[in-house]
Design a binder for this molecule. Structure first.
Ligand code: HEC
Ligand code: HEC
Length: 473
C-alpha cells in the first residue's frame, strides 16, 4: 500500500486566503517553486515522490491465487514495507518507505529526487543523501524495478549482484537508507511479503508463456519473430534470454550494448514498467526494439518492428492494472496492519509492537488528512462530518500510543487492555469516517478541486517574485 497525499492543508490555507502574499511566501522559500509537503519538504527542492495517486497500481499476491489467507508474517511484511520507521536518517524523516519507490509493489515512473535522479523514474541508491557512508561518488541512477513476480526474478539488482533476496533487502535497509539492523523476524517478513507479490493476470498468456487464443494476428507474427534466431548469431534470439516458460527471464546478466552487464528483465506486465532499461533511457517498446535492431544488426523491417511491439504489448498486459483508492480499502489495510498486534502482544515482542504502533498511527493520521478542515477553502460543505472524521482518526491514533507506552513499561496486561480500547476506538471511527466521504479527497470531484487549487498555487509560485530570488540560494 502506498502513502497518501501529505498534509498540505495548513500551508494551503495561508496561501489561498492570502494569495496576494503567496509570491512573497514562495519568494522567501528556499525550497523552490513546488508547494512544500511534509514528506517532500525534508528532501531537495524539486523532489517528486509521486505520492498523490488516486488510481494506484493494483497489488496481487501469490497466496490469493492459492486460496490462502494473510499470515502474521505477511501482514508484518506488508506493514514494514509501508513504514519509514525501519529506515534511519533522512529517509525516516522524509517519510520514505519501500512503498515510496515500489508503489504497491510496482515501480514509480515519476520518482524524482534532484541530485539522485537522472530523469523521472530513476534513483541512485548509492548516492550520499540518504546515507553518506554508501556514497560511491557517481550519479548512477537506475529505475526502481517492479517487484511483481519477484520470486522468479533472482538474482536481484539490475546488475544481478545479489542471489539472496534477504541479503538484498537487508542492504537496502541498513546501507542504502541508514536504518538500524532489522530484527530477523522483520527481515523475514519483508522477504515473505516481497516474494508474495505476484504478476497481474494476463489472459493472453498460457502457463507456459505462449500466446493464447485471444491474441491479435500482429502479436502472433511478433511471437514468431521473438523465437527466430538472430541473423548474425544463430545461438541468440529474444526468447533465448527472455525465456517465455520462465517468466521471460534467464536469471543471467548480459551486455546488450547498454553500458555494462545487466540482468534480463521480465516482460510480463511490462506495459506498466516504463521507463525501460536499467537507467530508464527508453520510454517505449519502439525505442527498445530500435536498440536491439541496431545492437544486434537484426535488419528488422518496419512491419516486423510493429509486430514485435504488438507482441510485447500483449505479453506486457495485466488485468486491471490500477485500482482506485477507497476509504474501505484504507480501513481494511489499517485492520491488517494492526492485526500484527495480536501476535506481537502475545509474544511480548516490543520491536514489532513499536513498529506497528508507529506505522498504524501514521496510517490513521494520513487517513484523517483526507478530510480537510476549514482551512482548505477548495472544499465546501460537510464541515461537521469532516471534523468528526478527523477527530475519530485522531482518537484511534492516540489510543494506539497507550499500547506502546504500556508495553515499553513492561506492563503487558495494561498493553492488552489498551489494545482492546484501540479496537473499539477503531471500530467506532470507521462509520464516522465513511459518513464524511462525500466531502473528502476520496471523492473524485472534491479531489479534483483540491488539486486544481494546488496547481494554481504552483503557477503562483512560478511568478516573477519567486524567480527573482538571489542566485546561488
Ligand atoms: C528511494 C527509492 C527506493 C526505496 C525506498 C526502496 N527501493 Fe528497492 N529499489 C530501488 C532501486 C532504484 C532499485 C534498483 C537498484 C539496483 O539495481 O541497484 C531497487 C531494487 C529493489 C529490488 C530488486 C528487484 C529486482 O528484480 O532486481 C528489491 C527486491 C527491492 N528493491 C526491494 C525493496 C525493499 C524491500 C525496500 C524497503 C526495505 C526498498 N526496495 C526500498 C529503489 C528503492
Ligand atoms: C542477450 C540477451 C538478450 C536478448 C537476445 C534480448 N534481450 Fe531484451 N533485454 C536483455 C537485457 C539484459 C535487458 C536490460 C538492459 C538494461 O537494463 O540496460 C533487456 C531489456 C529488454 C526490454 C526492456 C524491459 C524493461 O523492463 O526494461 C525489452 C522490452 C526487451 N528487452 C525486449 C527484447 C526483445 C523484443 C528482444 C529481441 C529483439 C530482446 N529483448 C532480446 C537481454 C536480452
Amino acid at each position: 500500500m502506498r502513502p497518501r497525499p501529505s498534509p498540505r492543508a495548513a500551508l494551503f490555507a495561508i496561501l489561498v486566503t492570502a494569495s496576494a502574499a503567496a509570491a512573497v511566501v514562495f519568494g522567501a522559500n528556499p525550497l523552490g517553486s513546488r508547494p512544500i509537503t511534509t514528506r517532500e519538504g525534508a528532501l531537495p527542492a524539486g523532489t517528486d515522490l509521486n505520492d498523490d495517486l488516486f488510481d494506484q497500481p493494483t497489488e496481487r499476491f501469490v497466496f490469493e491465487a492459492a486460496g490462502g489467507k494473510r499470515s502474521y508474517l505477511f501482514n508484518l511484511g506488508d506493514m514494514a514495507f509501508s513504514s519509514p520507521a525501519i529506515f534511519g536518517g533522512l529517509a525516516r524523516q522524509a517519510g520514505v518507505s519501500c512503498d515510496t519507490c515500489h508503489q504497491n509493489g510496482a515501480g514509480n515512473p515519476k520518482l524524482y529526487v534532484p541530485g539522485l535522479s537522472l530523469r523521472p523514474g530513476t534513483f541512485d541508491t548509492t548516492g550520499g543523501l540518504f546515507n553518506p557512508k554508501t556514497d560511491n561518488g557517481v550519479l548512477d541512477a537506475v529505475t526502481p524495478p517492479s517487484l511483481r513476480g519477484a520470486r522468479h526474478l533472482a538474482p536481484y539488482g539490475h546488475d544481478g549482484r545479489s542471489a539472496s533476496l534477504r541479503d538484498f533487502i537487508r542492504n537496502v535497509v541498513v546501507n542504502e537508507f541508514a536504518g538500524p539492523e532489522p530484527a530477523p523476524e522483520i527481515l523475514d517478513a519483508l522477504v515473505t511479503y516481497v516474494q508474495d507479490i505476484s504478476f497481474l493476470a494476463n489472459p493472453y498468456l498460457t502457463a507456459g508463456g505462449r500466446l493464447s487464443e485471444g491474441a491479435s494476428a500482429a502479436a502472433r507474427r511478433g511471437e514468431a519473430l521473438f523465437y527466430k534466431p538472430f541473423p548474425r548469431d544463430a545461438s541468440l534470439s529474444c526468447a533465448e534470454c527472455h525465456k517465455p516458460s520462465a517468466a521471460f527471464v534467464d536469471r543471467l546478466v548480459h551486455d546488450v550494448g547498454s553500458g555494462g552487464l545487466f540482468k534480463t528483465p521480465t516482460l510480463v506486465n511490462a506495459n506498466y514498467n516504463a521507463p525501460y532499461f536499467h537507467d530508464g533511457r527508453y520510454d517505449t517498446y519502439e525505442q527498445v526494439i530500435g536498440h536491439f535492431d541496431q545492437a544486434f544488426a537484426l535488419g528488422l523491417t518496419d512491419e516486423q518492428k510493429h509486430d514485435l511491439v504488438a507482441y510485447l504489448e500483449t505479453v506486457g498486459h495485466g488485468e486491471q492494472p490500477y485500482t482506485r483508492e477507497t476509504v474501505d480499502a484504507v480501513l481494511d489495510e489499517i485492520d491488517n496492519f494492526a492485526s500484527v498486534l495480536d501476535t506481537a502482544l502475545a509474544n511480548r515482542d516490543l520491536p514489532v509492537i513499536e513498529l506497528a504502533v508507529d506505522t498504524v498511527g501514521n496510517e490513521w493520521r494520513e487517513l484523517g488528512e483526507q478530510f480537510p478542515d476549514r482551512t482548505n477553502t477548495a472544499i465546501v460543505g460537510g464541515l461537521p462530518e469532516r471534523l468528526a472524521a478527523r477527530r475519530a482518526t485522531l482518537a484511534a491514533g492516540l489510543s494506539l500510543r497507550r499500547i506502546a507506552m504500556a508495553a515499553a513499561a513492561g506492563d503487558y496486561q495494561g498493553a492488552r487492555r489498551a489494545y482492546a480500547g484501540y479496537r473499539s476506538d477503531a471500530a467506532a471511527a470507521a462509520p464516522v469516517v465513511k459518513q464524511a466521504v462525500a466531502w473528502s479527497l476520496f471523492d473524485p470531484k472534491m479531489r479534483e478541486r483540491h488539486f486544481a487549487a494546488l496547481r494554481q498555487l504552483d503557477e503562483l509560485a512560478a511568478t516573477p517574485a519567486a524567480d527573482s530570488r538571489a542566485p546561488g540560494r
